[in-house]
Design a protein around this ligand. Structure first.
Ligand code: HEM
Length: 271
């Protein structure tokens, strides 16, 4: 398994990184039965993976229509909220952003592959509040990101990606603590298989009827060892790892993985 996206080859710092893509490339697909993964979480851990604000159903329905237009129509179980019914057809998570009291806020989300946050924690948050933990976001990015939401044309599909390294190959990672608690169990020779490259591919598009925006998050995972045997890819990853800014390293807790990653880079075995 090779990583499908390699965003570490592009930037060593936080970035907005939104670029337009062809509308036909919007959803990448590639998971046979997303509902089989999402439905048990929706049943057993609802608050971790689903939340909706009052008044969000029209926006949810428009988001579901957009998905149906892309994938073709499918019967939606009437008892499910429209955004969740749409999300269970896709590998991606779906976040509905709507303007409330002058702020872009998260009004519904299906978050089955959350990266250290949960649906119930973030529902209702503004763009500024969502990004409170991201070093420098308010000073460097917030105003520009708000403008992007304001100016989003209906025919535009934007994509951005980010990445990290984690000692987990699970998609559903609501909390960092149980994962980080296991780092000490990994020996240097196990780094190739025990560490994963975790890439998020995110897209953004306007919902023209209700005025909101749909933000999608797709998580791709590959073992670190998938880079073995590819000298240029390895060199690019090593450069990204070592040249990441102190703020990015601190935010992603690269310090916890430095020894393991360097062991792998010194002797890059396949996973
Ligand atoms: C479309 C414009 C957006 C940009 C440019 C952006 C940018 C960022 C950046 C730079 C980070 C730090 C990690 C990374 O490099 O990706 C981040 C984290 C995050 N973003 Fe966004 N973001 C956007 C939209 C959203 C939306 C719509 C949501 C709503 C769910 C969201 C939720 C988050 C969360 C929860 C985090 C993690 C914060 C934490 O560490 O707790 N972002 N974002």
């Amino acid at each position: 398994m090779r990583p499908r996206h390699r965003p570490w080859e592009e930037a060593a710092d936080f970035q907005i990184g939104l670029r337009p893509i062809a509308p036909e490339d919007w959803l990448e697909g590639g998971e046979a039965d997303p509902a089989a993964r999402k439905d048990p979480l929706f049943a057993a851990s609802r608050g971790l993976v689903w939340a909706e604000a009052d008044g969000s159903r029209p926006g949810q329905a428009e988001a579901a229509d957009l998905i149906a237009a892309a994938l073709g129509p499918a019967p939606a179980p009437a008892e499910l909220p429209p955004l969740y019914a749409a999300a269970r057809r896709l590998p991606d998570d779906l976040c509905l952003m709507e303007k409330r009291d002058g702020e872009w806020r998260l009004t519904a989300l299906s978050l089955s592959a959350g990266s250290f946050f949960t649906a119930q924690e973030v529902i209702g948050r503004s763009l500024g509040e969502l990004h409170g933990p991201v070093t420098g976001f308010a000073d460097r990015f917030l105003v520009r990101v708000q403008r992007i939401f304001e100016g989003l044309r209906p025919d535009l599909v934007l994509e951005r990606r980010n990445w990290t390294v984690l000692n987990s190959n699970a998609l559903h990672t609501p909390s960092s603590a149980p994962i980080r608690a296991r780092i000490g169990e990994i020996g240097p020779s196990q780094a190739a298989s025990a560490l994963s490259l975790r890439v998020e591919r995110q897209t953004l598009r306007r919902l023209p009827r209700t005025g909101g925006a749909l933000f999608t998050i797709r998580v791709w995972l590959a073992p670190l060892g998938s880079l073995a045997g590819q000298p240029e890819r390895l060199a690019a990853f090593a450069h990204a790892w070592r040249s990441a800014t102190p703020e990015l390293r601190a935010y992603k807790r690269f310090d916890l993985y430095d020894d393991l990653v360097e062991s792998f880079l010194a002797d890059p075995q396949p996973a």
